[in-house]
Each structure stands twice: as C-alpha cells, then as structure tokens.
Design a protein around this ligand. Structure first.
Ligand code: NAD
Ligand code: LMR
Length: 328
C-alpha cells in the first residue's frame, strides 16, 4: 500500500513524544497503511528532535516507511496528507491560553502558507497549539491567500469532549464507552460550553440518568472547562498524553468517519450555524463521512441556558479575532 505522509510540528515536545509512536502504530490511518513522518521543529530543537526520531526507530514500528526531521516548512509539509500543528508555546501556571495569542499566533501565518504551497490539496490539518481556535483561524486565512480553502484546517476540542464524557461517566458510575454525543460549543477556553442536552448514557438521556441540573450547569461545566489548568497545577506542565490521544482521535474520525449515530466535537470555520458569528473558528458537533469531508450537525434544539453560554464563548472568539487582525 502507498504510504501516507503525516507532518507533525513541535515533534520534539511533550505532546509530540506521546503522539508519534501511535501514528506509526496505525492509530490514524489504520493497521495496514505505511507512514512517512515529516517532523517539523525550530532550529534550536533539532538536536532533541533527532533523539525523538532515534527512539521512534528503536521501536521498530512495522508501518514506519521513513522519517524526515526538518526546520524547513515546505520540506516538512511536502506532499502531506495529514498535519498535526502542535508546535507552539504551552501556558504556565497563572496564564490563560489567550495569553499565548501574541507569542504563538505568528507561527500559524507561515505554516498556513507553507501547507497551502507544499501539502496535498486534500490535506487535513488539526491545530493543537494554543490558543487553538484562533491559531486555526490565522492558518486558514494565510492558506486561503495561497489557494487552500479553510475546510483543510480544524482545531482540537476533542480533548474537552473526552473530558466531558469521562466526567459524566464517573458521575453515573458508568464506563466512558457507554456515553455518547456530548457537545463542546465554542472556544477551547474556560468559556467553552460542555452541553449534555443531547448526550446519552447507556442509551438513556444523560440529564435523566444524572438527575442533577445544578451539577451539570455548575461543577461539571467548571471541571471540564478548567481541566487544562488543573493538570498544569498538578503536573507542573500541560496535558500531553490526553492531548495526543485526543489529536489522534480527532484526525482518525476526520479521515475514517464518525460512527453512525455519533458525532464528535471539532472547532471549524463557522458558517453561521446555531447563530455563531460567521468566519470564527468555533467548536460544533460534527459528523465526518469518511471521504475527508465533515459537516456541522444541524437542527439540534438548545436550551436558553446553552444559548446564553454560546453567546459568551462566541463573543470571546470575536475578541480574539480582533486582537490578531494584523495576522489575518
Ligand atoms: P512543549 O513545549 O513540550 O513542546 C512544544 C514544541 O513546539 C517544542 O519542542 C518547541 O520547540 C516546538 N515549537 C515551538 N515553536 C515552533 C514552531 N514555530 N514550529 C515548530 N515547532 C515549534 O509543549 P507541548 O506540551 O507539546 O504543547 C504544545 C502546544 O499544545 C501548546 O501550545 C499547548 O498549550 C497546546 N495544547 C493544546 C491542547 C488542546 O486541547 N488544544 C492540549 C494540550 C496542549
Ligand atoms: C489543555 O486543555 O490541557 C491544554 O489546552 C493545555 C492548557 O493550557 O490548558
């Protein structure tokens, strides 16, 4: 079988370390598809990247066709089928993700352009580096100037989706595997809206199983939306294993499709669905067809509480867009 080309930026970092062996294990394209990895780093991290690549070889991954390590963007994204845009500064204690906007935003202009110029026209790029939604918007705008449409870039809210799923399961005394169709609306930030109004636990409505709306709108929402900070406070650095896992799931669902009756949460360019302002990158429930396309799930009823929270998270994204006007 012809190898797929997968590019990963920030490959020498924490998330990269957890991500790479799983890509070469077939977790995105399946157990029969060989992979060419193109690992992109900044010059000062190329030595560390060499070590990461050596370790990868030492796993003797059966699907690994070749590894390229580079600081050259067009080489790194050359012919890419899938791109994980991880390379960016993480926040430290006491910071919000939006504090990273000026430090990380400019990374995504050059990368958006290079992906448009060098990757396959069918490329799928997931933005993980924070603040992920607005970085994704920057990459979309930059790529569009070089002929690649915004649908090629999405941002990751699958980690928040998984956090919401796990919290619901724990409260219900159930396995996460029996919880379906939570929704994350909005920004990957404390304003995100983890919505359980269409979720099910073991085929029953989640609200009915949990039977505690005050918890769903209070502690549950707070735990999910501030989980990144709680992990930084506990580990001293930001989530890596769960972030890598979510990035793999995000890409695998996008490439291979969401299961019938299920959706995932993905931050995509808003077309105005559910009243979200057009042109921001915001999380929606999405289904992926398995041919590389995705659609925002339409027609879901939302309560007055969800609508109010959605407006707040969209307002925050509009402010973030305003703050990076010079990069768009
Ligand atoms: P890290 O500091 O361990 O690694 C980041 C790597 O990116 C470093 O090796 C660095 O050299 C590299 N890098 C920096 N600028 C680059 C550039 N211009 N091109 C290529 N590489 C570059 O950080 P990490 O823990 O791996 O986290 C990476 C990013 O992911 C952070 O911004 C973090 O906040 C974000 N993150 C997002 C989510 C999410 O849910 N969206 C979850 C966890 C972490
Ligand atoms: C997370 O949600 O774990 C990441 O976005 C890291 C962070 O800064 O919170």
């Amino acid at each position: 079988m012809k190898p797929v080309v997968v590019s990963v930026t920030g490959a020498a970092g924490n998330i990269g370390y957890a991500l790479l062996p799983r890509i070469t294990n077939g977790d995105v394209f399946g157990p029969d598809t060989p992979v060419i990895l193109k690992l992109v780093e900044i010059e000062p991290a190329l030595k560390a990247l060499e070590g990461t690549a050596m370790e990868l070889y030492d796993c003797a991954p059966p699907l690994l066709h070749d590894v390229v390590c580079t600081a050259d963007l067009e080489e790194g994204f050359g012919d890419a089928d899938a791109v994980f845009l991880v390379g960016a500064r993480p926040r430290g204690p006491g910071m919000e993700r939006a504090d990273l906007l000026r430090a990380n935003g400019p990374i995504f202009t050059g990368q958006g352009e290079a992906i448009a110029k060098a990757a396959k026209k069918s490329v799928k790029a997931v933005v993980v580096g924070n603040p992920a939604n607005t970085n994704c918007l920057i990459a979309q705008e930059s790529a569009a100037k070089h002929g690649l449409g915004p649908e090629a870039f999405t941002a990751m809210t699958r980690l928040d989706h998984n956090r919401a799923t796990s919290q619901l399961a724990a409260k219900a005394g159930a396995r996460p595997g029996v919880v379906n169709n939570v929704i994350i609306w909005g920004n990957h930030s404390p304003t995100m809206v983890p919505d359980t109004e269409h979720a099910t636990i073991g085929c029953q409505p989640a609200g009915k199983v949990i039977g505690d709306d005050a918890w769903l709108q209070g502690d549950f929402r707070k735990t999910v939306s501030t989980r990144g900070k709680a992990i930084i406070d506990a580990r001293g650095k930001s989530s890596a294993k769960s972030a890598a896992h979510a990035a793999l799931e995000h890409m695998s669902l996008w490439v291979r499709g969401t299961p019938a009756g299920n959706w995932t949460s993905m931050a995509v360019r808003s077309d105005g669905s559910y009243g979200a302002p057009e042109g921001i990158v915001t999380s929606f429930p999405c289904v992926c067809s398995g041919d590389g396309s995705y659609e925002i799930v339409q027609g879901l009823e939302t309560s007055a509480w969800v609508k109010e929270q959605q407006q707040a998270t969209w307002d925050e994204l509009l402010k973030e867009r305003e703050a990076v006007q010079d990069l768009l």
